[in-house]
Design a binder for this molecule. Structure first.
Ligand code: ADP
Ligand code: LRH
Length: 487
């Protein structure tokens, strides 16, 4: 039996779990959770920049490790694409910028003139998102001159814990600076984009040992100098490890949290022109797999809606408003949640109303109707993306596995089954933390030879719930989205 600490940093909350793993046994004990939802807006010149509070996150990580106490190892996973820059002395150059900041506006289009999107996709296999690390580094401008090393968020925290410098591959694969075939940094792309190759640290495999806690850190925490393991450090990579797929089933997965990552597991990247045109991505998975998926704007829109109401003095309980949404008329209005309008923080109900008007639909009015519109629209986006993934890969989908915080949203799970027309198997909620623990356990000697063994253990130990499709006119709702209103 082995006890391990999994640090899972999401864009809604950070959590530290103590996981217990042994033959036929897998348990998670949440020892520390802290909010990580609100980007910090800080003045810069005449404007402002959205940041992460990275030192706060590190402090909470340390508090969580202390709370976990007697463990055999530590692993960190987090959201993708964001990074800290270190100077030659190893000092952090400024607070990491949040991917929702507008500094990358227009940069992808600019880069597209020098590096054709088809070529960029052919090398990196990555979805075009305005905040890909490639575009963020270009947005740094002259500040890059002072930087010696770029460390993605989990790698930065691992560096502070151990002193080691490196880049874990699953997260490196989200930068649009990683060659998906050569499995190396795409230094040619970087050079053409004006990004110095010195910034890229040596790559490390998920499952390798990063190092041990620095003596100073261990003493502060009153812990031994524990090994720190490079898990699938991209949270979605760890979550996919914990998708409880049965061997032989044709499954799609949805990792549903702040973002929704919708796709399939492949053994080779899918780099067709059709995949690029559909804006799919090929991110690296654990054990040499590929995560062929699409980022869909997720429950962020719901969270931001509740925040908008709270700012107006209307405090609304999530459970209550979801119950109102369940009673609201189905598919009365749907919006394209993937539209760039929903990326930045702000008044989501107003943006939803504008999107409805643009497509000739009556905007939802009550709180229940607005939330129903969000959940219907999310399920519709899941339907669209699962179907596209099936088409692009030529593979059928018999079951959709839904993992992450969205599992707690029963309305979303049922509507996903209805929209996709196949059963949804919902769970586990804390998939990323479980995937993190399983990869650490294997590195430290637990008998979990492959993903199939890890998934069998998840099926055996974690509560899962099945939702069967009950219908609904989803094709008509999709058609409404595609119709533009006459001005
Ligand atoms: P992240 O990893 O991005 O921080 P999570 O996977 O923790 O996100 O998912 C967070 C989301 O899960 C929240 O935005 C919320 O919509 C949903 N969620 C969490 N708890 C509940 C609940 N009790 N009922 C319904 N939805 C929930
Ligand atoms: C989910 C996630 C997703 C990324 C986004 C920035 O937490 O890692 O896979 O694209 O955050």
């Amino acid at each position: 039996m082995m006890r391990l600490a999994a640090v899972d940093l999401g864009a809604s909350s950070g959590r530290v779990m103590a996981g217990t793993v042994g033959p036929g046994r897998l348990e998670l004990d949440e020892v520390h959770r802290f909010p990580n939802g609100g980007p910090v807006r800080v003045a810069r010149g005449a404007g402002s920049t959205l940041h992460w509070d990275i030192l706060g996150i590190y402090r909470e990580t340390l508090a969580g490790l202390q709370a976990a106490g007697d463990v055999a190892g530590v692993g960190i996973d987090s959201w993708a694409v964001d990074y800290g820059l270190l100077d030659a002395s190893g000092a952090l150059l400024g607070n990491p910028v949040h991917y929702r900041d507008s500094r990358t506006d227009g940069i992808a289009e600019q880069v597209g003139k020098a590096i054709p999107p088809r070529e960029l996709f052919d090398v990196t296999g990555l979805q075009q998102l305005p905040f890909n690390t490639l575009y963020q580094l270009i947005a740094e401008g002259d500040r890059l001159a002072a930087a010696e090393t770029m460390l993605l968020i989990p790698d930065l925290l691992n560096h502070w814990l151990t002193g080691a410098v490196g880049a874990e591959r699953t997260n490196a694969s989200t930068t649009q600076l990683y060659d998906v075939r050569a499995q190396n940094w795409a230094t040619g792309i970087a050079a053409r984009a004006g990004i110095p190759p010195r910034l890229f640290p040596p790559l490390r495999d998920p499952g390798s040992v990063v190092g041990s806690l620095r003596r100073e850190v261990a003493e502060e925490l009153v812990l031994p100098q524990l090994p720190v393991i490079a898990v699938g450090s991209h949270d979605t990579a760890s979550a996919v490890v914990a998708v409880p797929a049965e061997p032989g089933t044709q499954f799609a997965y949805i990792s549903s949290g702040t973002w929704s990552l919708v796709g399939m597991e492949l053994t080779r990247p899918e780099l067709s022109e059709a995949a690029r045109a559909a804006n799919f991505t090929n991110e690296g998975g654990v054990d040499g797999t590929f995560r062929f998926l699409r980022n869909v704007m997720g429950l962020w829109v719901l969270t931001e809606t509740l925040r908008t109401w709270a700012a107006r003095g209307e405090r609304v309980e999530l459970a209550r408003v979801l119950a109102e949404a369940a009673d609201a008329p189905p598919l009365a209005a749907v919006v394209d949640l993937d539209a760039p309008a929903f990326l930045a923080p702000g008044d989501m109900p107003a943006r939803i109303a504008a999107a409805c008007r643009e497509t000739g639909q009556r905007p939802p009015e009550t709180r229940g109707e607005i939330v129903r519109c969000i959940v219907d629209s999310l399920a519709l986006a899941y339907r669209r993306t699962v179907r596209q993934a099936a088409e692009l890969t030529g593979r059928a989908v018999d079951v959709v596995h839904l993992v992450g915080g969205g599992v707690r949203n029963e309305l979303l799970c049922q509507l996903t089954a209805d929209a996709c027309g196949v059963p949804v198997l919902a769970g586990p909620v804390e998939a990323a933390a479980l995937g993190n623990v399983l990869v650490q356990a294997r590195t430290l000697g637990e008998d979990l030879p492959d993903l199939a063994a890890m998934r069998a253990l998840i099926r055996r130990t974690q509560p899962l719930r099945r939702y069967d499709p009950t219908g609904g006119d989803w094709a008509a709702a999709q058609a409404r989205l595609e119709r533009r209103s006459v001005p």
